[in-house]
Design a protein around this ligand. Structure first.
Ligand SMILES: [Zn+2]
Length: 370
Protein backbone atom coordinates (compact mmCIF):
# COMPACT_ATOMS: atom_id res chain seq x y z
CA UNK A 1 0.00 0.00 0.00
CA UNK A 2 1.13 3.53 -0.67
CA UNK A 3 0.70 5.83 2.31
CA UNK A 4 2.40 8.81 3.97
CA UNK A 5 3.85 7.33 7.19
CA UNK A 6 3.58 4.23 9.33
CA UNK A 7 2.81 5.84 12.70
CA UNK A 8 -0.91 5.19 12.42
CA UNK A 9 -0.19 1.49 11.80
CA UNK A 10 2.71 1.00 14.22
CA UNK A 11 1.04 2.72 17.19
CA UNK A 12 -2.15 0.66 17.55
CA UNK A 13 -0.30 -2.53 16.55
CA UNK A 14 2.63 -2.33 18.95
CA UNK A 15 0.52 -1.57 22.01
CA UNK A 16 -0.95 -5.08 21.84
CA UNK A 17 2.52 -6.48 22.51
CA UNK A 18 3.40 -4.23 25.44
CA UNK A 19 1.97 -4.86 28.89
CA UNK A 20 4.87 -4.93 31.32
CA UNK A 21 8.39 -3.48 31.51
CA UNK A 22 9.51 -7.06 30.76
CA UNK A 23 8.06 -6.64 27.24
CA UNK A 24 10.42 -3.73 26.59
CA UNK A 25 12.34 -2.70 24.62
CA UNK A 26 10.45 -3.44 21.38
CA UNK A 27 11.78 -2.76 17.92
CA UNK A 28 10.06 -2.77 14.54
CA UNK A 29 11.92 -2.24 11.30
CA UNK A 30 10.78 -2.27 7.70
CA UNK A 31 11.69 -1.30 4.17
CA UNK A 32 8.64 0.09 2.47
CA UNK A 33 7.40 2.66 0.01
CA UNK A 34 6.01 6.00 1.09
CA UNK A 35 4.31 8.80 -0.74
CA UNK A 36 4.89 12.54 -0.35
CA UNK A 37 2.88 15.20 -2.11
CA UNK A 38 5.88 17.03 -3.53
CA UNK A 39 5.13 20.16 -5.54
CA UNK A 40 8.28 19.71 -7.59
CA UNK A 41 9.96 16.35 -7.69
CA UNK A 42 13.66 15.71 -8.13
CA UNK A 43 15.15 12.35 -9.06
CA UNK A 44 16.19 10.34 -5.97
CA UNK A 45 15.92 13.43 -3.70
CA UNK A 46 12.30 14.43 -3.80
CA UNK A 47 9.97 12.03 -5.50
CA UNK A 48 6.30 11.38 -4.94
CA UNK A 49 6.98 7.78 -4.05
CA UNK A 50 10.24 6.42 -2.70
CA UNK A 51 11.64 3.55 -0.67
CA UNK A 52 12.88 3.94 2.84
CA UNK A 53 13.95 2.02 5.87
CA UNK A 54 11.88 2.92 8.87
CA UNK A 55 12.50 1.81 12.44
CA UNK A 56 10.48 2.43 15.61
CA UNK A 57 11.51 1.45 19.13
CA UNK A 58 9.75 1.55 22.50
CA UNK A 59 11.53 1.66 25.85
CA UNK A 60 10.91 1.67 29.59
CA UNK A 61 13.25 4.61 30.21
CA UNK A 62 14.13 7.90 28.58
CA UNK A 63 17.86 7.16 28.90
CA UNK A 64 17.59 3.89 26.99
CA UNK A 65 15.52 5.51 24.22
CA UNK A 66 18.00 8.38 23.84
CA UNK A 67 20.87 5.88 23.66
CA UNK A 68 19.00 4.10 20.85
CA UNK A 69 18.64 7.37 18.92
CA UNK A 70 22.40 7.94 19.15
CA UNK A 71 23.21 4.30 18.34
CA UNK A 72 21.18 4.37 15.12
CA UNK A 73 22.68 7.70 14.09
CA UNK A 74 26.08 6.03 14.48
CA UNK A 75 25.00 3.20 12.16
CA UNK A 76 23.78 5.71 9.60
CA UNK A 77 27.04 7.62 9.86
CA UNK A 78 28.91 4.40 9.18
CA UNK A 79 26.76 3.67 6.11
CA UNK A 80 27.41 7.18 4.77
CA UNK A 81 31.11 7.36 5.57
CA UNK A 82 32.45 3.79 5.57
CA UNK A 83 30.33 2.46 2.69
CA UNK A 84 29.24 5.40 0.54
CA UNK A 85 32.42 7.44 1.23
CA UNK A 86 30.37 10.54 2.04
CA UNK A 87 31.62 12.50 5.09
CA UNK A 88 28.74 13.87 7.15
CA UNK A 89 28.11 16.47 9.83
CA UNK A 90 25.96 15.12 12.63
CA UNK A 91 24.04 17.01 15.27
CA UNK A 92 20.63 18.10 16.49
CA UNK A 93 18.10 19.88 14.31
CA UNK A 94 16.88 23.32 15.38
CA UNK A 95 13.34 23.37 16.84
CA UNK A 96 11.97 24.67 13.52
CA UNK A 97 13.53 21.75 11.63
CA UNK A 98 12.71 19.08 14.24
CA UNK A 99 10.37 16.27 13.18
CA UNK A 100 6.80 17.10 14.29
CA UNK A 101 6.07 15.47 17.65
CA UNK A 102 9.72 14.72 18.42
CA UNK A 103 11.55 16.09 21.46
CA UNK A 104 14.64 16.28 19.30
CA UNK A 105 15.89 15.09 15.93
CA UNK A 106 19.45 14.04 15.14
CA UNK A 107 20.55 14.45 11.54
CA UNK A 108 23.28 13.56 9.06
CA UNK A 109 24.23 16.27 6.59
CA UNK A 110 26.45 15.65 3.59
CA UNK A 111 27.87 18.18 1.15
CA UNK A 112 27.28 17.57 -2.55
CA UNK A 113 29.75 18.63 -5.26
CA UNK A 114 27.58 21.60 -6.21
CA UNK A 115 28.19 22.72 -2.57
CA UNK A 116 24.57 22.27 -1.49
CA UNK A 117 23.95 20.29 1.68
CA UNK A 118 21.84 17.15 1.69
CA UNK A 119 20.16 15.62 4.71
CA UNK A 120 20.89 11.92 4.36
CA UNK A 121 19.21 10.42 7.42
CA UNK A 122 17.46 11.27 10.68
CA UNK A 123 16.93 9.70 14.10
CA UNK A 124 14.20 11.06 16.39
CA UNK A 125 13.62 10.96 20.13
CA UNK A 126 9.92 11.29 21.01
CA UNK A 127 10.07 11.17 24.78
CA UNK A 128 6.53 10.04 25.70
CA UNK A 129 4.81 12.15 23.02
CA UNK A 130 4.23 9.32 20.57
CA UNK A 131 3.08 6.93 23.32
CA UNK A 132 0.70 9.58 24.65
CA UNK A 133 -0.89 10.05 21.22
CA UNK A 134 -1.47 6.29 20.80
CA UNK A 135 -1.85 5.36 24.47
CA UNK A 136 1.09 2.94 24.53
CA UNK A 137 1.84 2.21 28.17
CA UNK A 138 3.44 -0.47 30.34
CA UNK A 139 3.44 -1.39 34.01
CA UNK A 140 6.78 -0.36 35.47
CA UNK A 141 8.80 -2.00 38.27
CA UNK A 142 6.65 -0.22 40.86
CA UNK A 143 3.63 -1.75 39.13
CA UNK A 144 2.35 1.65 37.96
CA UNK A 145 1.19 2.42 34.44
CA UNK A 146 3.71 4.52 32.57
CA UNK A 147 3.84 5.74 28.98
CA UNK A 148 6.62 4.27 26.80
CA UNK A 149 9.58 6.29 25.58
CA UNK A 150 9.97 5.92 21.85
CA UNK A 151 12.24 6.60 18.89
CA UNK A 152 11.98 6.45 15.13
CA UNK A 153 14.62 6.69 12.44
CA UNK A 154 15.01 6.33 8.72
CA UNK A 155 17.16 6.46 5.64
CA UNK A 156 15.92 6.27 2.09
CA UNK A 157 16.74 5.90 -1.59
CA UNK A 158 17.79 9.54 -1.24
CA UNK A 159 21.18 8.02 -0.32
CA UNK A 160 21.46 6.92 -3.96
CA UNK A 161 21.08 10.57 -4.95
CA UNK A 162 23.71 11.49 -2.35
CA UNK A 163 26.14 8.97 -3.82
CA UNK A 164 25.60 10.33 -7.33
CA UNK A 165 26.00 13.98 -6.33
CA UNK A 166 28.81 13.59 -3.80
CA UNK A 167 31.18 11.78 -6.15
CA UNK A 168 30.11 12.30 -9.76
CA UNK A 169 32.00 14.24 -12.43
CA UNK A 170 31.47 15.21 -16.08
CA UNK A 171 32.10 11.62 -17.23
CA UNK A 172 29.43 10.11 -15.01
CA UNK A 173 29.04 8.73 -11.52
CA UNK A 174 31.75 7.21 -9.33
CA UNK A 175 30.62 4.27 -7.24
CA UNK A 176 32.55 3.43 -4.06
CA UNK A 177 34.00 -0.11 -4.40
CA UNK A 178 32.21 -1.37 -1.28
CA UNK A 179 28.79 -0.85 -2.88
CA UNK A 180 29.73 -1.17 -6.58
CA UNK A 181 27.75 -3.96 -8.31
CA UNK A 182 30.73 -4.23 -10.68
CA UNK A 183 34.06 -3.37 -9.07
CA UNK A 184 36.32 -4.30 -11.98
CA UNK A 185 35.43 -4.21 -15.66
CA UNK A 186 37.67 -6.04 -18.12
CA UNK A 187 37.81 -4.66 -21.67
CA UNK A 188 39.40 -7.04 -24.20
CA UNK A 189 41.18 -5.41 -27.14
CA UNK A 190 41.71 -7.34 -30.39
CA UNK A 191 41.50 -6.95 -34.18
CA UNK A 192 40.45 -10.34 -35.49
CA UNK A 193 39.19 -13.77 -34.44
CA UNK A 194 42.70 -15.02 -33.82
CA UNK A 195 43.45 -12.01 -31.61
CA UNK A 196 40.20 -12.50 -29.77
CA UNK A 197 40.96 -16.17 -29.07
CA UNK A 198 44.37 -15.26 -27.68
CA UNK A 199 43.02 -12.53 -25.38
CA UNK A 200 40.18 -14.78 -24.28
CA UNK A 201 42.55 -17.60 -23.31
CA UNK A 202 44.70 -15.11 -21.42
CA UNK A 203 41.76 -13.65 -19.47
CA UNK A 204 40.49 -17.12 -18.63
CA UNK A 205 43.89 -17.95 -17.16
CA UNK A 206 43.58 -15.38 -14.35
CA UNK A 207 39.89 -14.42 -14.11
CA UNK A 208 39.22 -17.23 -11.58
CA UNK A 209 41.69 -15.45 -9.26
CA UNK A 210 39.41 -12.41 -9.18
CA UNK A 211 36.46 -14.59 -8.34
CA UNK A 212 38.44 -16.33 -5.60
CA UNK A 213 39.38 -12.92 -4.16
CA UNK A 214 35.67 -12.02 -3.99
CA UNK A 215 35.96 -9.27 -6.61
CA UNK A 216 32.75 -8.44 -8.48
CA UNK A 217 33.92 -8.27 -12.09
CA UNK A 218 32.72 -8.65 -15.64
CA UNK A 219 34.35 -9.04 -19.06
CA UNK A 220 32.80 -6.77 -21.69
CA UNK A 221 32.63 -8.88 -24.87
CA UNK A 222 30.01 -6.66 -26.51
CA UNK A 223 30.60 -5.83 -30.16
CA UNK A 224 31.61 -2.19 -29.56
CA UNK A 225 34.81 -0.21 -30.00
CA UNK A 226 37.08 -0.17 -26.90
CA UNK A 227 36.76 3.64 -26.61
CA UNK A 228 32.98 3.40 -26.45
CA UNK A 229 33.25 0.70 -23.80
CA UNK A 230 35.58 2.89 -21.72
CA UNK A 231 33.07 5.76 -21.81
CA UNK A 232 30.19 3.38 -21.05
CA UNK A 233 31.79 2.03 -17.86
CA UNK A 234 33.08 5.43 -16.77
CA UNK A 235 29.51 6.72 -16.99
CA UNK A 236 28.42 3.86 -14.74
CA UNK A 237 31.20 4.64 -12.29
CA UNK A 238 32.96 1.25 -12.18
CA UNK A 239 36.03 1.85 -9.96
CA UNK A 240 38.67 -0.12 -11.90
CA UNK A 241 39.02 -0.99 -15.57
CA UNK A 242 41.45 -3.52 -17.00
CA UNK A 243 42.41 -3.10 -20.67
CA UNK A 244 43.69 -6.36 -22.06
CA UNK A 245 45.27 -6.73 -25.52
CA UNK A 246 47.48 -9.26 -27.31
CA UNK A 247 50.71 -7.60 -26.22
CA UNK A 248 49.53 -7.64 -22.59
CA UNK A 249 48.95 -11.37 -22.97
CA UNK A 250 52.54 -11.82 -24.20
CA UNK A 251 53.88 -9.79 -21.26
CA UNK A 252 51.64 -11.49 -18.68
CA UNK A 253 50.14 -8.21 -17.54
CA UNK A 254 47.08 -5.95 -17.89
CA UNK A 255 46.65 -2.19 -18.04
CA UNK A 256 44.70 -0.91 -15.02
CA UNK A 257 42.89 2.45 -15.13
CA UNK A 258 41.15 3.86 -12.07
CA UNK A 259 37.96 5.90 -12.39
CA UNK A 260 39.03 8.50 -9.85
CA UNK A 261 42.44 9.66 -11.13
CA UNK A 262 42.37 8.08 -14.64
CA UNK A 263 45.96 7.03 -14.00
CA UNK A 264 47.18 3.96 -15.85
CA UNK A 265 49.37 1.26 -14.38
CA UNK A 266 50.71 -2.06 -15.62
CA UNK A 267 49.67 -4.88 -13.33
CA UNK A 268 51.23 -8.35 -13.60
CA UNK A 269 48.59 -11.07 -13.64
CA UNK A 270 50.57 -13.09 -11.15
CA UNK A 271 48.90 -12.33 -7.81
CA UNK A 272 46.27 -10.15 -9.50
CA UNK A 273 43.47 -11.08 -7.07
CA UNK A 274 45.28 -9.79 -4.00
CA UNK A 275 46.60 -6.76 -5.89
CA UNK A 276 43.13 -5.66 -7.03
CA UNK A 277 41.71 -6.14 -3.53
CA UNK A 278 44.32 -3.70 -2.27
CA UNK A 279 43.61 -1.30 -5.15
CA UNK A 280 39.88 -1.34 -4.37
CA UNK A 281 40.52 -0.63 -0.68
CA UNK A 282 42.79 2.26 -1.64
CA UNK A 283 40.17 3.57 -4.07
CA UNK A 284 37.51 3.53 -1.34
CA UNK A 285 39.84 5.43 1.00
CA UNK A 286 40.88 7.99 -1.63
CA UNK A 287 37.29 8.67 -2.63
CA UNK A 288 36.39 9.39 0.99
CA UNK A 289 39.47 11.59 1.47
CA UNK A 290 38.62 13.57 -1.66
CA UNK A 291 35.10 14.18 -0.34
CA UNK A 292 36.53 15.12 3.07
CA UNK A 293 38.89 17.62 1.48
CA UNK A 294 36.03 19.07 -0.55
CA UNK A 295 34.00 19.49 2.62
CA UNK A 296 36.95 21.11 4.45
CA UNK A 297 37.61 23.49 1.55
CA UNK A 298 33.93 24.47 1.59
CA UNK A 299 33.48 25.00 5.32
CA UNK A 300 33.70 28.52 6.75
CA UNK A 301 33.48 30.31 10.07
CA UNK A 302 31.52 33.61 10.09
CA UNK A 303 30.36 36.09 12.74
CA UNK A 304 27.43 38.14 11.47
CA UNK A 305 24.30 37.79 9.38
CA UNK A 306 25.69 40.34 6.89
CA UNK A 307 28.72 38.13 6.36
CA UNK A 308 26.50 35.08 5.95
CA UNK A 309 24.27 36.85 3.41
CA UNK A 310 27.32 38.03 1.44
CA UNK A 311 28.87 34.56 1.57
CA UNK A 312 25.85 32.72 0.20
CA UNK A 313 25.44 35.28 -2.57
CA UNK A 314 28.80 34.08 -3.91
CA UNK A 315 29.07 30.44 -2.90
CA UNK A 316 27.71 27.50 -0.91
CA UNK A 317 29.18 25.03 1.56
CA UNK A 318 28.81 24.87 5.33
CA UNK A 319 29.13 28.01 7.43
CA UNK A 320 29.66 27.75 11.19
CA UNK A 321 28.24 30.58 13.28
CA UNK A 322 26.80 31.24 16.73
CA UNK A 323 23.11 31.56 17.57
CA UNK A 324 21.14 32.61 20.65
CA UNK A 325 18.31 30.12 20.01
CA UNK A 326 15.55 32.64 19.16
CA UNK A 327 13.25 31.33 16.43
CA UNK A 328 12.76 34.86 15.05
CA UNK A 329 16.49 35.01 14.37
CA UNK A 330 16.36 31.63 12.66
CA UNK A 331 13.53 32.86 10.43
CA UNK A 332 15.52 36.00 9.57
CA UNK A 333 18.53 33.95 8.46
CA UNK A 334 16.29 32.00 6.09
CA UNK A 335 14.64 35.07 4.55
CA UNK A 336 17.68 37.30 4.30
CA UNK A 337 20.22 34.70 3.17
CA UNK A 338 17.96 33.32 0.43
CA UNK A 339 16.79 30.03 1.87
CA UNK A 340 19.83 29.24 4.02
CA UNK A 341 18.83 27.01 6.94
CA UNK A 342 20.36 25.81 10.18
CA UNK A 343 21.51 22.25 9.46
CA UNK A 344 22.92 21.20 12.84
CA UNK A 345 22.90 22.68 16.34
CA UNK A 346 25.58 22.09 19.01
CA UNK A 347 25.57 23.49 22.55
CA UNK A 348 28.03 26.34 22.99
CA UNK A 349 28.99 28.76 25.74
CA UNK A 350 31.07 31.12 23.63
CA UNK A 351 30.45 33.63 20.85
CA UNK A 352 27.67 36.06 20.00
CA UNK A 353 24.48 35.41 18.05
CA UNK A 354 25.05 36.16 14.37
CA UNK A 355 21.68 37.92 14.13
CA UNK A 356 21.06 39.83 17.39
CA UNK A 357 24.55 39.91 18.92
CA UNK A 358 23.39 38.55 22.29
CA UNK A 359 25.46 35.82 24.02
CA UNK A 360 25.07 32.61 22.02
CA UNK A 361 23.79 29.30 23.36
CA UNK A 362 24.55 27.30 20.24
CA UNK A 363 27.11 26.76 17.55
CA UNK A 364 25.27 26.04 14.32
CA UNK A 365 26.12 24.94 10.82
CA UNK A 366 24.30 26.81 8.06
CA UNK A 367 23.86 25.81 4.44
CA UNK A 368 21.66 25.94 1.41
CA UNK A 369 20.26 22.47 1.16
CA UNK A 370 18.27 20.24 -1.17
ZN1 LIG B 1 19.92 36.06 18.44
Amino acid sequence: AVRPTSETIIGPLIKRYIQSHRDLPKLTNQWNSVVRWEMRSRLFLRSREFWWQEGHTFHASAREAMDEVALILGYYRSIAEDWLAIPVLTGKKSPAETFPGAVYTLTLEGLMRDSLALQTGTSHYFGQNFARAYDISFSNRENERELCYSTSWGISTRLVGALVMAHGDDSGIIVPPKVAPIQVIVVPIFRDDEGRAKVERFIESWAPELKAAGIRHRVDWRDERPGDKYAHWELKGVPLRLNVGGRDADAGQVEMVDRLTRQKASVPVSGIGARLRTELDTFQKKLFERAQKFQRDNTFELETLDEVVAHFRERGGFVWAHWCGESDDEARIKTEAGGVTIRTVDESTSGKCLVCGKPAKYRVSLAKAY
